[in-house]
Design a protein around this ligand. Sequence first.
Ligand SMILES: [Zn+2]
Length: 225
Amino acid sequence: MAHKPIPALTERQKDRFHKRVKPGYPDECWPWLGSVDRDGYGMIGISYDSYRATRVAYYLATNEDPGEYLIIHSCDNPNCCNPRHLSKGTTLDNIEDRVKKKRSANGESSGLTDLVLADVEEIRRLDREGVRQGLIAEKFGVTSACISNIVNGRTWIESFDSATARTGRMKGELHPMSVMTSEKVRSMRELSETGLSRAELARRFKVSGALCSLIVRRKIWKHVL
Ligand SMILES: [Zn+2]
């Protein structure tokens, strides 16, 4: 998913950004002091739009908009804006990084990774986003069959079912009756931000107003960024 481009910042906007970062020694984490979203990521408003502080930090430090890439923290601290702790990478780099860290945390030097629930949820999410199962398998250090079993709910059935039970509905595209896709969800949210009414959204996407409202308020399809 392409992120919205970061605009060129005026000196005043840069100043406003820097005032919200608490710099420390070069190797320390530099916490974001401004507002954060519910995932703990710092957010900053620039020209009536909001951006992740880490993306802006990377942009100001390197003069390069990370664009379609994610910003990955070497320190695993989502609130950190020290450019030395930030690098750009793909979703898969991010997973690889996490898997590697988990392995070293567990003292595993080699071999297959034991998957944990968070991995399983991530695997299902990647599959919904259309990432090839072979590629997911490679990144998690398991077989393609293992991935296929997970995404089809043949293994980790408990989490597959409990997710359903918890929300009272299956998530997103897994729902057999769903007419929404990740792409549609994103464009619905974008249109809503431009001020289009729920009723108009419902008409355009041919779904109920109630469903629109749930999607726009991120009560469902939470896994779509
Ligand atoms: Zn840090």
